[in-house]
Design a binder for this molecule. Structure first.
Ligand code: NDP
Length: 495
């Protein structure tokens, strides 16, 4: 009770320093005085930018800890691929991307800072812990929070990878509008599968849920919800054993009845996967303990992992609840745990600056200032730009309903900030500027297109076949490659 009151006071920004954590059972083996170098030291490094990561950033910052969030290749995480959320605290209904935008803004207002980079290794054999980044020098973290979430599972059947992005998807909210009037299927019988089906229903002619057993795993009330949709049906004992197509796009699925082994074919132009998730812990293997499925193991009732001062929160450690609000709450717990840890190693939140001021001012790479990315709303505007621009124009085609587009935008803006002197970066909303999308046959978004002298010189699909988004380094490479080729007359076809 005493601790709760004290934490509340600190979090409310009322000031005051905290002493040792009364509940601590072990004294951490580290002391701030051990630190011998003073570059890129981060008191609290958060890896991951979902609800757990951003809420931890809010608390970490408000507790007076300099907090950095390494946002990864999908800032905002899976919620940016969700549509309406009706179970987020305090909101009757809110869009998933809006939750993440608000959380990020709250973390920023609290003082957190962000790195648009991806962690490739966490070394816990030395302290400060070394966080290796894809595009920048390593960070040396006094405490770490892993909040990298989980990734939608693949089915692993023939045709799935081949038609990924050309009929196979794991994001109905992103792709549903492309299946207007079509017959589509959803693989899976859990809550996610029901959600996917209901997102597709307003667009598709029919949605067939393919459930491999004779029952669904989704909650009863969720299943009841399905009754409100006349074009959604459920087919049981239907395991997809292959995705079929005509080399260009999906035309059907092969189904196997697990009871008899009998095969059949179902015509469809869209296959949506919703068969669960795997924790994103590959890069942390060997650094901390995990269970056999890769979920991070926690110690006791805290968010602490097997390494002192390394914490985990959200879907990366939670296979049971898997709710955004639970993830956010566990991020809060982790930040409070990290705060205690930092106090115990001698980093009094009030004395941080006095202790070793230079330690915490040395991040060598901060977020590239965001470029001004102009929005082009019509063919007429684009043609004006063609007339007034000598060099390259790089366009990002997006739409508000598209989660991956929202994930790409900060990276695009950041690269625009870096290379804006060499090329003009613009964004084009395919719903607002349908004339541009029609003329350039934009059938899938996000899509990057480069123009020079009014002609298309490159198209680039920034979401790969396995669903991962182009990294910042790859985007820089793409643009720099074009800048190098600028004088070449042959157009390059990249998508
Ligand atoms: P679940 O694990 O709950 O369901 C996975 C579904 O996919 C099951 O029907 C499972 O079938 C099926 N499946 C798994 N592997 C395969 C495979 N290889 N081939 C065919 N089918 C397969 O995952 P969800 O992602 O749906 O949900 C995860 C958690 O998130 C749950 O706790 C859920 O309640 C929660 N959630 C809550 C939401 C909300 O409240 N708004 C929305 C979405 C999720 P089988 O039963 O045969 O194993």
């Amino acid at each position: 009770m005493i601790f709760m009151a004290m934490s509340a006071a600190l979090v409310a920004g009322l000031g005051g320093c905290i002493g040792p954590w009364f509940g601590a059972t072990e004294v951490p083996p580290y002391k701030v005085e051990q630190i011998t170098q003073n570059k890129n030291i981060v008191p609290f490094a958060i890896i991951g930018s979902g609800p757990a990561g951003y809420m931890a950033a809010v608390y970490g910052s408000r507790l007076g800890r300099k907090t950095w969030v390494v946002e990864g290749s999908k800032p905002g995480g899976l919620l940016t691929e969700t549509s309406t959320v009706e179970n987020w605290p305090g909101e009757v209904a809110i869009q998933g991307p809006d939750i993440m935008r608000k959380l990020r803004a709250q973390a920023e207002a609290s003082g957190a800072r962000f790195l648009q980079d991806t962690v490739i290794k966490l070394d816990t054999s030395k302290w400060p812990y070394i966080i290796e980044l894809e595009n920048a020098p390593p960070l040396y973290a006094l405490s770490v929070l892993i909040a990298t979430g989980a990734t939608p599972r693949r089915k692993g059947v023939p045709g799935e990878n081949e038609y990924w992005g050309s009929g196979v998807s794991s994001c109905a909210v992103c792709d549903a509008p492309f299946y207007k009037g079509d017959d589509v299927v959803v693989i899976g019988g859990g809550d996610s599968a029901v959600e996917e089906a209901t997102q597709l229903a307003p667009y598709a002619r029919s949605v067939t849920m393919l459930v491999r057993k004779d029952r669904m795993r989704a909650g009863q009330s969720t299943q009841e919800h399905l009754k409100g949709y006349r074009n959604i049906s459920v087919r049981y004992n239907a395991d997809v054993s292959a995705v079929l197509g005509d080399n260009a796009s999906v035309t059907g699925v092969e189904l196997t009845d697990p009871r008899t082994g009998k095969k059949s074919r179902l015509d469809t132009s869209g296959v949506f996967l919703a068969i669960g998730h795997d924790p994103n812990t590959e890069v942390f293997k060997g650094a901390i303990e995990m269970d056999n499925d890769g979920y991070i193991a926690l110690r006791g009732r805290s968010q602490e992992t097997s390494a002192p001062g390394v914490f985990a929160a959200g879907d990366v450690e939670d296979r049971v609840y898997r709710q955004a609000s639970v993830a956010a709450g566990s991020g809060v717990r982790a930040a409070l745990d990290a705060n205690r840890f930092l106090t115990e190693i001698g980093l009094d939140s009030c004395a941080t600056e006095k202790l070793k001021p230079s330690f915490f001012n040395g991040i060598t790479r901060s977020l590239t200032p965001k470029g001004e990315v102009k929005k082009v709303a019509s063919i007429a505007e684009l043609e004006e730009l063609f007339a007034s621009t000598k060099g390259l124009i790089i366009a990002d085609f997006f739409a508000d309903f598209c989660g991956p587009c929202k994930q790409l935008m900060p990276t695009f803006e950041s690269v625009a900030g870096e290379l804006g002197d060499s090329a003009l970066f613009v964004k084009i909303d395919v719903q607002q500027a349908a004339d541009i999308a029609d003329r350039y046959m934009v059938q899938r978004i996000p899509l990057l297109m480069a123009f020079e002298g009014g002609k298309v010189v490159a198209r680039y699909a920034p979401v790969s076949q396995n669903g991962s988004l182009i990294s910042r380094a790859e985007l820089v490479q793409f643009v720099q490659g074009l800048l190098n080729e600028q004088s070449a007359s042959e157009p390059a076809q990249r998508a």
